[in-house]
Structures are given as C-alpha cells and as structure tokens.
Design a binder for this molecule. Structure first.
Ligand code: NAD
Length: 317
C-alpha cells in the first residue's frame, strides 16, 4: 500500500456501486463494503471488496464513506437513524454518489457536518457502462478542500469531476442537466413523429437537424428512431442505455425542486409527467428514447433509410 491508499467504506453495491467499488480496489484502495442484499455483497467480494456485516461496520475504520443508494430516504436513514455518522471517526469524509433530492442532499450534508464529519454530494452521469469502465462524470457539491481530497478517488471511478458549488450543488447540476435531456428527447421524438406524418424520412430529418439548430445529444447520439445512428438503443428494440424509470426519477427530482422553489419549469413538469406514465407502463424496462413510441401512439414502424453514424457514443446518466 502506498501513502495515497485510503480505507473506504462503500455502502450500496448495486448496478453502479458494485463496479465503482471494484474500480477503487483496482486502484489499490482498501474497500470495506456493505449491501443489504447478500448476493450483491458476495458479488462485490468477488471483485476484492471486503464484506462487512453492516453499514456501520463498513464505516467504522474508513477514511472515506461512499454511499450509492436508491433515494434520499436511504441516505438520510443511514446517516441519521442507523448510526453511520456516530460510528465513523471524527472528520471522516462522507461522499454520497446517489441521485437524490437537492433538499435531501442538503439535509445529509448538514447532518454530517453537525456530527463532526465532512461531506460532499457527488452524483454521477455515465450509467452502468461508465461505472464499469471508470468513465463516469461526477458533479460535486461541497467545500473545495474536500473536493480536492476526493479527486483521486473520483479519478479511479471516472474521467471527469466538476466542482459545482456548495453542498447540494452536485445534485442540482445533475437534475438540471437531465431536465434538459428529458425535454430534448421528447422534442426530438415529437419532431420525428410530425415528420412521419408529413412524409419526411427519418434520415432526411436527421441529416438536416443534426447539422442545423436542432442538433443535440438526444438526436445525434441517442437518436430515438432506428437507422440514422446505428449505436442508438432504437436499433436494438430500445434496450437501455439509460432506462426510462431512471429518467422519470430524475425528472421527478427536478419537479420537486422546481415546486419547492416556485420555479415555473412548465416543460420540465410536462416531461416529468410524460416520463412517469411511460416508465410505469410500456417503458418500464426500455431506454428513455422509447418514449417516441408512446408519442406516436403505437409501435414504431421501420422508417429509417439506411445506417449512418457521425455521432460520438456515450450514456448520459
Ligand atoms: P441499485 O438498486 O442497483 O443499487 C442500489 C443498492 O443499494 C442495492 O444493491 C440495494 O440493495 C442497496 N441498498 C439499499 N438500501 C441499503 C442500505 N440501507 N444499506 C446498504 N445497501 C442498501 O441502483 P443503481 O442503479 O446502482 O443506482 C444507484 C444510484 O445511482 C441511484 O440513486 C440512481 O439514481 C443513481 N444512478 C444510476 C444510474 C444507472 O444507470 N443505474 C446512473 C446514474 C445514477
């Protein structure tokens, strides 16, 4: 072990947390992990994570405690009710990488600091593929000194980390970005559906919009119709990719924040409504670009006019 090696308590070893913890092990860190699902914990142990018997046990000897959990209530419950903040050594850095409500992130940050700990919110973009390949982007909220301390760990799990401001700013950046993405995917999908009704081929609309003012990630990378971008999920029956329920979750968080602040994000609220309905039905296991099919009111016919790809790949979230 060299001087930069840290002991990390990693709580939540699911689709994202599992590979992130494995990448910290690969970078030479000691990772003590915990998950409430025994099979998930066993899989992480197979990747070199030391299995703890509880979250508290994982935190007790850690320099840094990372959480990668489903929602704010899980993070706050561990911090406040399950004794994580009292079990850790004073000054331990708590790094929450889950995507949670901005208000919950601020509460978690305050609870950690009140308990004598240090805290950062660091939600991610890049999906499971990015977690496995250590190519995630981290959006980080908290003090500069803590950000600087966390950077080597973030570098072991991702390729970019942006310091967005004070506690909660990472979550704010994440939901604002994904609100742009959700709205723009609906806009692109509606344009293709309208184009279809006007007799316009998918390829023609793609060729124009991808090099004109309609250009955006939802069109050029995650194109919601099959054909123009061969790597997009539309070409593999909308297999995710970025799953529609995760988009629905993120838009719900954006809607919560907008309502709490009285901010009139009309398109954001409409996108949240459309994605909630899609994720609860046909899109439960689909990529978020599959929403085009519900906007069309049926199943997508094959309208593309031959493969072509001049876009860069990637996964947004
Ligand atoms: P997941 O459900 O696969 O993993 C969450 C893990 O937390 C589960 O294994 C669960 O058993 C565990 N867990 C729940 N409560 C716990 C507790 N009290 N103690 C210990 N473990 C507990 O979810 P995921 O896809 O890994 O996502 C994790 C977070 O990352 C979410 O907030 C999600 O929104 C966000 N995110 C996910 C993706 C993605 O593509 N999956 C992308 C970006 C961000």
């Amino acid at each position: 072990m060299n001087a930069d090696t840290r002991t990390i308590g990693f709580i939540g070893l699911g689709h994202m947390g599992g590979p992130m913890a494995a990448n910290l092990v690969k970078a030479g860190h000691r990772v003590i992990g915990f998950d409430v699902v025994p099979d998930v914990l066993a899989a992480a142990a197979g990747a070199g994570v030391e299995a703890a018997g509880s979250a508290v046990e994982a935190a007790t000897t850690a320099d840094v405690v990372i959480t990668m959990l489903p929602a704010g209530r899980h993070v706050l419950d561990l911090y406040r009710n399950e004794g994580l903040l009292t079990a850790a050594r004073p000054g331990t850095l708590f790094l929450d990488c889950s995507t949670i409500d901005v208000a919950d992130a601020r509460s978690a940050h305050e609870a950690a600091v009140a308990a004598g700990m240090r805290a950062l919110d660091a939600p991610v973009s890049g999906g499971v593929v990015g977690a496995e390949a250590a190519t995630l982007t981290f959006m980080v909220g908290g003090a500069q000194a803590e950000f600087a301390e966390a950077e080597p760990l973030l570098a072991a799990m991702g390729r970019k980390a942006v310091h967005c401001g004070a506690g909660g700013a990472g979550q704010a950046a994440k939901i604002c970005n994904n609100m742009i993405l959700g709205i723009s995917m609906i806009a692109v999908s509606e344009a293709f559906v309208l184009g279809e009704s006007l007799g316009l081929s998918h390829q023609a609309l793609f060729d124009v919009a991808s090099t004109a003012s309609g250009q955006c990630w939802a069109l050029t990378v995650n194109c919601p119709v099959p054909g123009p971008v061969p790597a997009s999920p539309a070409n593999r029956d909308y297999l995710p990719g970025f799953a529609a329920p995760l988009m629905a979750k993120d838009l719900g968080l954006a809607a919560n924040a907008a309502r709490a602040g009285g901010v009139p994000v009309e398109l954001g609220l409409k996108a949240a409504e459309l994605y909630a309905a899609y994720a609860a039905g046909a899109g439960a296991e689909a990529d978020f670009s599959g929403i085009l099919q519900t906007l069309r009111g049926g199943t997508a016919p094959e309208h593309g006019s031959g493969p072509r790809n001049d876009a860069k790949g990637g996964t947004p979230s």
